[in-house]
Write a protein of this length. Structure first.
Length: 529
């Protein structure tokens, strides 16, 4: 657990907020009823919002590291619960090996490096802890399990499959305790029902007849993909893990071994049924609400899929005992698989690093343009260069910066940022300030600080109006840059003999814009006085 924490904190250092995190930062910075109880993609997110509010007030918005620490702590807690769960069934060594696979489960890089996934990690920790309590005896266990299930549902709707598992566990023991223990599940579900009637029903749902009818295939793909990823048989690509051809045969082998064991000693362990209930609940709920971006092999689903697979496997293999040689082989395989699974984790980190560069650059551009930017200006994909900043609105963002600090590049940092970030910052600046250009036929200007610019010559610009007169006889073009090495902004097809007026607003950076004209011969450029 210590080694996994070191890896995750190291990989996550230097990253910034991503995608859905911005919805919280823009719209849920205040502890209002709507912010706390409003649904997010059909999920209840009460506790993640509270975590966001707390970390913002304690640490500000300059770094997402505090949230990453919370995420890693929740993941370690869930891994500890998995270890206890498996140790009760298979002993400490196999519990160690299975938990190690989960701790270094690189294909689930979204769950490991994106603090927004606090919702899934918190539900997993609290749900597992509740199941562990329900397996034992004691007067204080049931109230504690009830509270933990309520917390699991408060983190995300992933708590519902754990509530289903708890209900099966209680019903299996009804001969011993009757039905009085059902309050452990009833209270959290009533709280969820109250939330759904008050706020949850307003969420846009993807539930459809087609999704329901195709759910068995979705569930099968999800289980196979989780097994592939857990054993390092899949490869990462964008936000999903590529499907291999090994998962289905391996699953078939496992089922054949289980069938053989049943022929020798019929009967399944009681703990299998709660684990199956949780697994079915998770995958079928995901299948019913599937849509583009929610494929069963998506990175953020693999962690929960692998966790539930381990719970089911621990029960199916409960009678298995390995000798010393078998344990050595299992340990060696665990080390190799965990090592291979660090590769998709690094590749996921690289993806987040690329997005962090664009995020910091785009936000830095908004801050530079803060004097003139429209408060309703949004970082659309066409402007931002990424689809993950659509929740950022200039007015709300600048207000958040004033309250909690900035995660963006400063102008000095932006000048030394990777070229992709600098290029995109120029695009955002041009739209946020905004730069303006007017063209039309007009006589060559005779006043102002004018120079003759040869084709391809690089000229610095001051704020104000710059007039560019193109000689007759050929079309011209205007190219602009500020932080970028190249020229990301172009206006082409300007008629020969025309005059272009370029408006450059004053902003918070002293770095000048650079102008390049592309006529076939010398062009006259008159800069503002």
């Amino acid at each position: 657990m210590g080694a996994a924490a070191a890896v995750l904190l190291s990989y996550g250092s230097g990253l910034t907020f991503f995608q859905d995190s911005w919805e919280f930062l823009m719209n849920r910075r205040d502890p209002t009823v709507a912010a706390l109880f409003g649904p997010h993609n059909e999920h209840i997110v009460v506790i993640p919002v509270l975590v966001e509010l707390l970390t913002l007030r304690l640490f500000g918005m300059e770094s997402m590291t505090p949230e990453l620490v919370v995420l890693v702590a929740l993941l370690l807690g869930a891994a500890g619960c998995v270890f206890v769960y498996v140790r009760r069934r298979l002993g400490p060594w196999l519990a160690l090996f299975m938990t190690t696979l989960l701790l270094f489960f690189g294909p689930a890089w979204q769950d490991f490096l994106w603090p927004f996934q606090i919702g899934f990690a918190g539900s997993a920790l609290c749900g597992l802890a509740a199941l562990l309590l329900l397996e034992g005896e004691g007067p204080r266990r049931d109230p504690a399990a009830c509270a933990l299930l309520a917390l699991a549902i408060g983190f995300s709707s992933l708590g519902l499959p754990f509530a289903a598992a708890a209900a099966v566990e209680i019903l299996l023991r009804c001969r011993e305790h009757g039905l009085r223990r059902l309050y452990v599940v009833a209270v959290p579900l009533l709280l969820y029902g109250a939330w759904y009637l008050g706020w949850g029903h307003t969420a846009q749902s993807s539930l459809s007849v087609d999704n329901v009818l195709s759910s068995p295939r979705y569930v099968g793909e999800g289980i196979v993909s989780s097994l592939d990823a857990l054993l390092a048989l899949g490869t990462i690509g964008d936000e999903v893990v590529g499907r291999s051809k090994w998962g289905l045969p391996l699953l078939g082998v496992l089922l054949a071994l289980v069938a053989y064991g049943q022929l020798r000693r019929p009967g399944f362990p009681r703990g299998l049924w709660p684990a199956l209930a949780a697994t079915a609940g998770f995958w079928f709920l995901a299948a019913f609400n599937t849509m583009p971006g929610r494929e069963p092999y998506s990175s953020r689903y693999l962690y929960i899929g692998a966790l539930f697979f381990i719970l089911v496997a621990a029960n199916l293999l409960e009678r298995v005992r390995l000798d010393r040689r078998g344990l050595l082989v299992a340990g060696a395989v665990t080390v190799v698989v965990a090592g291979f699974n660090l590769t998709p984790l690094r590749e996921g980190r690289d993806f987040f690093e690329e997005e962090s560069v664009l995020t910091r650059a785009d936000l830095g551009a908004i801050e530079i343009a803060s004097r003139t930017v429209d408060p309703a200006f949004r970082l659309s994909p066409e402007v931002a260069g990424t689809t993950y900043l659509v929740d950022v609105e200039a007015g709300e963002y600048l207000q958040a910066v004033w309250e909690y600090g900035s995660p963006a590049y400063s102008p000095a940092e932006l000048a030394g940022a990777p070229e992709e970030g600098r290029r995109q910052a120029d695009v955002v600046l041009a739209n946020a300030l905004p730069l303006g250009i007017e063209t039309g036929l007009a006589p060559e200007p005779v006043s102002g600080a004018c120079v003759r610019a040869a084709a391809g010559e690089d000229l610095p610009l001051r704020p104000g109006v710059t007039t560019i007169h193109f000689p007759a006889g050929a079309e011209g073009a205007v190219r602009l840059r500020r932080f970028a090495a190249g020229y990301p902004l172009r206006t082409e097809g300007l008629a020969g003999g025309s005059t272009a007026r370029l408006f450059v607003p004053r902003d918070r950076s002293r770095r000048p814009w650079r102008l390049q004209v592309e006529p076939p011969r010398v062009t006259r450029v008159c800069k503002p006085a």
